[in-house]
Design a protein around this ligand. Structure first.
Ligand SMILES: [Zn+2]
Length: 309
């Protein structure tokens, strides 16, 4: 048995498989990515706490003697164990290495892959269907988000993809629609672009805000950032049924039908969620980057096809 193996056993360090699972859970808690760990990094302490490691276990180190250079290198046993677990997850394609993620996010971090995310969901007993709405971004999804955010804004844009399949979605299109959702709600800072509502579940796992298609999915609307806006459930519904639309300058236009609504309709206490929009002649709350503003062609389609004058 190696010097390291002997130490691991003598100090009753956690088994590598258990450390791998703990890492997957930690990645899940941290929205899919954690900073490359050098010793003293929070994550090294955080996972150590999960195993209730003693001070001795945390501070035990190995010595490697480099005779030629006449020097001794010390490396912490716990840190090495964590690194080996991450390395093994990377070999099994459950995480991507910091050397790869840096090209994507400019940060050196370990990141869950789709495969790793599926296993983390199982470990945490989170139902697979939730995958579509949790805020965790896998490497594959991050790649698509980057493309969505960085493509240059087209002058003539067709928000409809004639070939889009509305039913029987393949794995690739699910990835794309998840990336669309993440990209849109991040761009709008998790707020409804109409009322500004920003709220998540108490465990911070689910955001209330939704990524709405301007040309709806059922009309083969593209999963592009130019065809999306972030809306709360209430405003998403009202937008989809044509209670309001957007003008080319991103002002909100409310249907004239609002004038003939019974007085008890559309009220939340004193707040009238449709009439107030009309009287305040509000403007959409837009992302900071102009390039990803909703495209006029998508808005135009909504005015023509969904909006009730
Ligand atoms: Zn809203």
């Amino acid at each position: 048995m190696s010097y390291e193996g002997r130490m691991l056993r003598e100090l009753k360090m956690p088994l590598r498989q258990d450390v791998e699972n703990a890492l997957l859970r930690a990645l899940f808690r941290h929205n899919g990515s954690i900073k490359e760990f050098s010793s003293g990094e929070e994550i090294v302490v955080e996972i150590g706490n999960e195993f209730e490691l003693t001070d001795i276990q945390r501070s035990a180190y190995l010595e490697t003697v480099y005779r030629k250079e006449n020097r001794v290198k010390k490396s912490f046993l716990w840190h090495r164990l964590l690194f080996r677990a991450a390395d093994s997850l990377a070999k099994n394609k459950m995480v991507t290495r910091p050397t790869r993620t840096i090209k994507l996010t400019n940060k050196r971090e370990w990141m869950l892959t789709e495969n790793g995310l599926d296993i983390a969901l199982k470990l945490l007993e989170v139902h697979g269907e939730k995958k579509d709405i949790i805020p965790i971004k896998s490497y594959e999804v991050q790649k698509i988000i980057k493309k969505l955010n960085e493509s240059s804004r087209p002058k003539s844009y067709n928000p409809i993809n004639k070939k889009k399949k509305v039913i029987n979605v393949s794995k690739q299109t699910t990835l794309r629609s998840r990336a669309f959702r993440h990209a849109v709600i991040i761009a709008y800072d998790y707020k409804c672009s109409i009322c500004g509502m920003k709220i998540s579940s108490p465990d911070s796992l689910f955001w209330e805000v939704e990524a709405a298609h301007i040309v709806p999915h059922s009309f083969k609307g593209k999963d592009d950032i130019w065809n999306g806006i972030a809306l709360c459930h209430l405003h998403h519904w009202a937008f989809d049924v044509g209670w309001f639309t957007l003008l080319d300058n991103y002002n909100i236009q409310v249907s004239s039908k609002v004038n003939s609504l019974p007085s008890s309709f559309g009220k939340m206490g004193n707040y009238e969620f449709l009439k107030d929009l009309k009287y305040n002649s509000s403007k959409l709350l837009l992302p900071s980057n102009v390039e990803i503003y909703p495209h006029q062609n998508a808005i135009h389609w909504h005015r023509q096809n969904i909006f009730c004058q």
